[in-house]
Design a protein around this ligand. Structure first.
Ligand SMILES: Nc1ncnc2c1ncn2[C@@H]1O[C@H](COP(=O)(O)OP(=O)(O)O)[C@@H](O)[C@H]1O
Ligand SMILES: [Mg+2]
Length: 282
């Protein structure tokens, strides 16, 4: 069970660059349905780094000052070796009297997991066992991120396929997945409104009896379960064992959901043993 006494708040120093990155870089607006709700995203490249993603935050959605804390938390997660998207620089400038923020990340050429799942759904190019191994790998990556994030006193609050970025196409053996988009992240215990936080299809509104309630790690765990259900429903039906793991994650009663640590120590290793050995490549 998660204890408040486990918290060790991090503090990574992130310098803010006082300029609009778009003013000095050749950028291309990302097309299709990848434009997020909280930002405009552009692809560019930096010599010596390679392709980058420039995320310009839409002003007024959240006090921009709060991003200072979020950015510093993202950097400290990455510094502890957790698979989160690599943040390269943070910008704040004033445009016609309006303060604007942008964040530059490494660009992951596999795009986001939603787009990859959509492709798998249409092509049916992988078998059920391989689908289950990929779903297991996503759960492991997410629980690895969440175990540290929760211990550091935060919840992500918007875990969904659109916020997971991939280094390669998902079928590739070299594919690495990273958790991104911490734009909704809040400190554990912060009062949140279930109707304006996260994404309705993934968020456990039932955890909040009133319109507001304290943010708790079990919210993220529920979202991981909902994300795994997307593989089960839209790519291939998974084994009874996988479905029982998902069932635990999306328990209606938040107190009955496992923690990220419990997933890593018990439920994920058990699930791994049930996956066909030919479907595992790593
Ligand atoms: N580092 C990245 N590499 C590749 N694609 C990315 C990256 N960051 C974001 N994207 C794409 O841009 C979309 C929006 O970015 P995101 O950080 O989720 O912003 P928002 O808060 O607006 O949802 C993502 O769903 C994804 O398709
Ligand atoms: Mg997003």
């Amino acid at each position: 069970m998660f204890r408040l006494s486990d918290l060790t708040p991090p503090r990574a120093l992130v310098c803010k660059t006082p300029t609009d990155p778009l003013a000095s870089m050749q950028c291309q607006l990302l097309l299709g349905n990848v434009q997020g709700q909280q930002s405009h995203v552009y692809k560019s490249s930096i010599s010596g780094v390679g392709d980058v993603l420039v995320k310009v935050l839409k002003p007024n959605l959240r006090p921009l000052k709060e991003y200072d804390d979020v950015v510093s938390m993202e950097v400290s997660l990455r510094q502890s070796g957790v698979p989160v998207a690599e943040l390269l620089s943070y910008h704040e400038w004033v445009d016609f009297g309006v303060t604007q923020n942008a964040i530059i990340y490494r660009f992951y050429s596999g795009g986001d997991l939603f787009t990859q799942i959509l492709r798998l759904h249409q092509s049916k190019s992988i078998c059920a066992q391989r689908t289950e191994f990929i779903a297991y790998s996503m759960a492991k990556m997410l629980c690895t991120c969440l175990a540290t994030l929760h211990t550091n006193g935060w919840i992500h609050a918007d875990i969904k396929p659109e916020n997971i970025f991939l280094s390669h196409d998902i079928e590739s053996d070299s594919c690495q997945a990273y958790l991104g988009d911490f734009g909704n992240a809040v400190r554990i215990g912060t009062s949140i409104n279930p109707f304006s936080t996260g994404t309705p299809a993934y968020f456990p509104k039932q955890d909040f009896r009133n319109f507001n309630g304290p943010a708790h790690p079990s919210v993220d765990i529920y979202c991981v379960g909902k994300l795994l259900l997307v593989f089960d429903r839209h790519v291939h039906k998974m084994s009874p064992h996988a479905e029982s793991v998902i069932g635990r994650l999306i328990r209606h009663n938040a107190n009955e959901r496992p923690t990220a640590e419990e997933m890593l120590s018990t439920h994920l290793p058990e699930w791994f043993l049930h996956i066909d050995s030919h479907a595992r490549t790593t």
